[in-house]
Design a protein around this ligand. Structure first.
Ligand SMILES: *Cc1c(COP(=O)(O)O)cnc(C)c1O
Length: 371
């Protein structure tokens, strides 16, 4: 039998080799490779323009950005941050690495984002902030979250790693909340190989973030904070500049793929597909499908295994939930977030990238629907 073509869950977007070569050629003349070089400055400016935001700071990756956002706040150790367990390791790690305590709130079943109805009961006199996650390109209920934050005087830090370019009511989603973290990792809708950024409301934070991402070095003889090395290098910035030129086109292609999946899988009993949100323009970052074990003929693990046998690699994302990680399960009880647990046990994200062909989608869907 002929070996079946391999389809991975994602494939990184890249410019042409010529375009990238042209972008990096000045670096070979300047020999300035990192530390706020010319490409770094150009990329930061280009992103602000693209996202229509005033305050943005680049980082070497999204996680370092999120870590730095929290450390810049200088919250007392042991302060509590309300977040969800339905996310990637980074969100919780950033909280714990800063000596803060994550408090896990359940998600709502429509969009897999934090459930605003369950937040207030978790607030204590140690709560300092909420860290919700915009999941898959869906956005959190930012209006309700803003109200809760005002009522209790809490900060809101969004993990916005999945929502590059997404708008809500015609505003970039990073305009909501105090700080949002974007990731430009190779697997995201938009990448700079590795990379990330913070977008924030308070312009005074710029100097602090720039300090903290460079070891806290204020000048040649003064180190004033316990910072880290969070700087983006010139080659990554050059990749970001190139990819930014094509990102709208990439998102348009993703929408076509999303629509084709919806056509093939829509209306099948027991499959829960992504839903459109009012006033949101999505980036179609992922195509999550829930295989309801009581209503669909095969459970998630069976579908995953069957796709793998055909060299198609979907992803159990997010699975397991954070509170089931070996490093956290002794400390936290996952019984308090039953919806997150259920979604995590039954979800697969299907292959999704701009250059995935419609024929490949047909092949994937046929295997999923085989009895
Ligand atoms: C990718 C991702 C991150 C971390 O971003 P990196 O750039 O890989 O450090 C954080 N949170 C979520 C939800 C992510 O998907």
């Amino acid at each position: 039998m002929e070996k079946e073509k391999t389809i991975l869950v994602t494939q990184s977007s890249m410019p042409s080799l010529d375009e990238y070569m042209e972008e990096i050629s000045p670096i070979f003349e300047s020999k300035w490779l990192t530390n706020n070089g010319e490409k770094h400055q150009q990329f930061e400016a280009a992103l602000k323009k693209y996202l229509h935001v005033k305050n943005l700071t680049l980082f070497v990756n999204g996680h370092t950005a999120l870590h730095t956002a929290l450390s810049a706040m200088e919250f007392p150790s042991g302060s509590e941050i309300i977040t969800t367990p339905y996310t990637f390791a980074s969100t919780t790690h950033a909280i714990v690495q800063n000596g803060l305590t994550p408090v896990f709130c359940d998600i709502e079943p429509e969009n897999y984002t934090i459930d605003p109805d369950k937040i207030e009961q978790l607030i204590t006199d140690k709560t300092v902030a909420i860290m919700p996650v915009h999941v898959y390109g869906h956005v959190c209920n930012v209006d309700r979250l803003t109200n809760i934050a005002h009522k209790y005087n809490l900060k809101v830090f969004y993990d916005a790693a999945h929502v590059f370019g997404v708008t809500y009511r015609k505003k970039n989603i990073t305009e909501y909340g105090d700080i949002s973290m974007l990731s430009f990792h190779a697997t995201k809708v938009f990448n700079s190989i590795e990379g990330g950024a913070l977008v924030y409301r308070d312009q005074n934070l710029k100097a602090k973030f720039d300090l903290l991402k460079n070891f806290g070095i204020a000048d040649a003889e003064n180190v004033v904070a316990t910072g880290m090395n969070g700087k983006m290098n010139e080659f990554a910035a050059a990749m970001g500049i190139c990819n930014l030129r094509h990102v709208n086109e990439e998102i348009t292609k993703r929408r076509r793929i999303h629509d084709h999946y919806m056509q093939q899988l829509g209306g099948v009993n027991g499959l829960i597909l992504p839903k459109e949100q009012a006033d949101v323009v999505s980036n179609y970052a992922y195509f999550p499908v829930i295989f309801d074990p009581n209503r669909f003929s095969n459970n998630r693990n069976d579908v995953y295994a069957r796709l793998s046998q055909h060299n198609i690699f979907a992803r159990k994302y997010f699975y397991p939930i954070i509170t089931d990680y070996a490093c956290y399960r002794e400390k936290y009880n996952n019984g308090t977030t039953p919806i997150a647990k259920w979604v995590s046990d039954n979800v697969l994200t299907l292959p999704m990238y701009a250059d995935l062909s419609l024929e490949d989608i047909d092949r994937i869907c046929k295997i999923i629907l085989e009895k």
